[in-house]
Ligand binder design. Structure first.
Ligand code: NAD
Length: 256
């Protein structure tokens, strides 16, 4: 018997098999969850659909979170197909490439708005659509953050500001949605080589330094994040909400 038998989970943010969202999806699938995925555009649909089919999932829907009507359409379709949902994984972010390489002081208004809109506001927008589908049984929402929300990480720049807004949104959503028995948490993951992370200059050096300094002396894997997502999304985390849980091989505890 799996921990997620009979549970319906929406996973937003799979781009390919390296995506953190895919690591979470594999863990949920292993534990018996029924999954639905989104894709950002047609190019990514060609990646996401075969991955979804490889675990027997047919619910793959378009959703660019910059467009309210696409979020409405996705959750409308889920309501038709499933009636209710038990959990949502929000594993997506975006910042303009130039805002991750120029001096932080050069961040443009447009770049700031785009990063905050896609990477932070979208969690609120998605939670709003999930609320009526979770209303009867309650549910759990999980997002992905990074240490750059709290400390300065070179080149992370506006994405660090967006992650700070995201982590604060986790707390405000948790306080608001608790009355509906909906929990909201984040995993702050250590760096993992994914499509999004490859946009950050110096990633390779960061991964090397991280594995040297982290107490577990290695980098974080998608599987590590998937395992902790089971705790936060499922019955083992039933009393946990508004938290940011580090899955970082201990890196963030080190002072020197
Ligand atoms: P990824 O590139 O595999 O996933 C990012 C996803 O964001 C993609 O699927 C992309 O389609 C989606 N996305 C971007 N703009 C979107 C939009 N407008 N609408 C809908 N989807 C959109 O990279 P990842 O590293 O798996 O990133 C997943 C999450 O994990 C992000 O929030 C990222 O900031 C976070 N995170 C990553 C790391 C890391 O080192 N890789 C560490 C900590 C946190």
């Amino acid at each position: 018997m799996g921990m997620f038998d009979g549970k319906k989970v929406v996973v937003l943010g799979v781009a390919n098999e390296r995506s953190i969202a895919w690591g979470i999806a594999e863990a949920l699938h292993r534990e018996g969850a029924e999954l639905a995925f989104n894709y950002l555009n047609e190019a990514l649909e060609r990646r996401v659909r075969p991955l979804a089919e490889s675990i027997g999932c047919k619910t793959v829907l378009p959703c660019d979170v910059q467009h309210e009507e696409q979020i409405d359409a996705m959750f409308g379709e889920l309501q038709k197909r499933w009636g209710s949902i038990d959990a949502v994984v929000h594993s997506l972010a975006y910042a303009e490439k130039e805002d991750l390489s120029k001096r932080f002081v050069e961040t443009s208004r447009q770049g700031f708005q785009t990063a905050l809109d896609i990477s932070a506001y979208s969690l609120i927008s998605v939670a709003k659509r999930a609320l009526p589908l979770m209303a009867e049984r309650g549910g759990s929402i999980l997002t992905l953050s990074y240490l750059g929300a709290e400390r300065v990480v070179p080149n992370y720049n506006v994405m660090g500001v967006a992650k700070a807004a995201l982590e604060s949104s986790v707390r405000y959503l948790a306080a608001d949605l608790g009355q509906n028995n909906i929990r909201v948490n984040a995993i702050s993951a250590g760096p993992i080589k994914t499509l999004a992370a490859s946009g950050i200059p110096g990633l390779r050096d960061m991964l090397t330094a991280f594995a040297e300094k982290a107490p577990l002396r290695r980098n974080v894997t998608q599987e590590d994040v998937g395992n902790t997502s089971l705790y936060l999304l499922g019955p083992l985390g039933s009393g946990v909400t508004g938290e940011v849980v580090y899955v970082d091989c201990g890196f963030s505890i080190m002072g020197f």
